[in-house]
Design a protein around this ligand. Structure first.
Ligand code: OSB
Ligand code: MG
Length: 369
């Protein structure tokens, strides 16, 4: 397949409710969508998961735009690819900027699947027909608010609750939740809010039967996490610290992580995600698919990836309606009783909803071979 045209849309969509983590609060989601077109007129879509500001990782929407326009598009435009794995190799000499790479690579995966009349899940080697979904709940004003929210999500059937914690909003909150819901699968995500000095607080969380604690320590650390894991019963799951198969291997060898959260953007695309998945499967490390508050395009990629067999734990990919009044795909992603049914049409399996997309597009860029 030959990439003949690339269109980028800069998007701005208002979230239904603000989402708060230990590093900040989101109300508007600004992101990029990218469409590739081949010589036969087939198209494929990708989404950048970089945020407006560099608080989750160092990338931003603008650094992604710069990387994609000035470095990645010149590498792919008018080029011939037999398989999307070639894109991963082609981008490898450019350091980091994984979310930028994943945007372009993801669109080429979708294109490849459509061109070959396969679902993206099939193109990746996935087999699951439905996937289990959990929900990630932002930091709330009070523990009472959180308990009420969780009540609703339990009733909706989500397969596990993930709550954000930070110093001062941790042990008491988890204790109250566990008392309210003794049997609900529960985990905590710290988004790097702690250091080894907080070990006594983190150890107290061992009391509450959490399925895991996600990224308690620094976003670039795998050494202190190994020290911490030796002191904790609760499995550590790394998110921010894992950018590649090599990072995953090192973290697993050091004992820094017992579970890995795979985010397609953070690791530079679907090919790298699959490599991490396969490595973890061989080493008995369960994985799950993280979320970045994606619109329907990125969400569809997450759904497809999650059909691989070692995605044993429920992911963060809830249905579109949890985030958006109106999504940019049709149909929207629907979670029912804690499951998303994997679509069976080719590629990502959902069509772009151009009318909706146009409503949230703030800028466009066109590149032709
Ligand atoms: O750490 O997983 C995270 C949202 C923004 C940035 C980082 C994270 C998150 C979430 C929400 O936890 C996941 C989602 O619902 O998409
Ligand atoms: Mg996380």
């Amino acid at each position: 397949m030959q990439i003949k045209e690339i269109n980028i849309r800069k998007m701005k969509m208002k979230m239904k409710s603000p989402f708060s983590t230990s590093f900040g609060t989101f109300q508007d989601k600004e992101f990029l969508l990218l469409e590739v077109t081949d010589e036969l007129g087939n198209t494929g879509w990708g989404e950048s998961t970089a945020f407006h500001s560099p608080w989750y990782n160092e990338e931003t929407l603008e650094t992604n735009l710069h990387m994609i326009r000035d470095f990645l598009i010149p590498l792919v435009l008018d080029k011939e690819f037999a398989h999307p794995d070639e894109v991963n190799e082609l981008f490898a000499p450019l350091r980091k900027n994984n979310m930028a790479k994943a945007t372009v690579e993801g669109a080429i995966w979708d294109l490849y699947a459509k061109r070959n009349q396969m679902t993206l899940a099939q193109a990746l080697g996935g087999t699951a027909e439905k996937i289990e979904v959990g929900i990630s709940i932002g930091i709330q004003k009070s523990t009472e608010d959180l308990i009420e929210l969780v009540r609703g999500y339990v009733a909706e059937g989500y397969k596990r609750m993930k709550v954000k914690i930070k110093p001062g909003f941790d042990v008491d909150v988890i204790k109250a939740l566990r008392e309210a819901y003794p049997n609900v699968p529960l985990m905590a995500d710290a988004n790097s809010a702690y250091t080894l000095d907080d070990i006594d607080v983190l150890k107290q969380l061992d009391e509450y039967n959490l399925t895991m604690i996600e990224q308690p320590l620094a976003s670039d650390d795998i050494i202190d996490h190994a020290k911490l894991q030796k002191e904790l019963k609760t499995p550590i799951c790394l998110d921010e610290s894992i950018h590649s198969l090599e990072d995953a291997r090192k973290a697993v060898e050091l004992g820094s992580t017992k579970i890995i959260n795979i985010k397609i953007g953070r690791v530079g695309g679907l090919t790298e995600s699959k490599k991490i998945h396969d490595y973890c499967m061989e080493h008995n490390i369960p994985v799950w698919c993280g979320g970045m508050l994606e619109s329907g395009i990125g969400r569809a990629h997450n759904v497809a990836l999650t059909t691989l067999p070692n995605f044993i734990l429920p992911g963060d990919t809830a249905g579109s309606s949890r985030y958006w009044e109106e999504d940019v795909i049709t149909p929207e992603v629907v979670a029912a009783d804690g499951y998303i049914t994997v679509p069976t049409s080719y590629g990502i399996g959902y069509e772009p909803n151009f009318a909706a997309m146009d409503r949230y597009t703030v800028d466009t860029f066109n590149f032709k071979a």
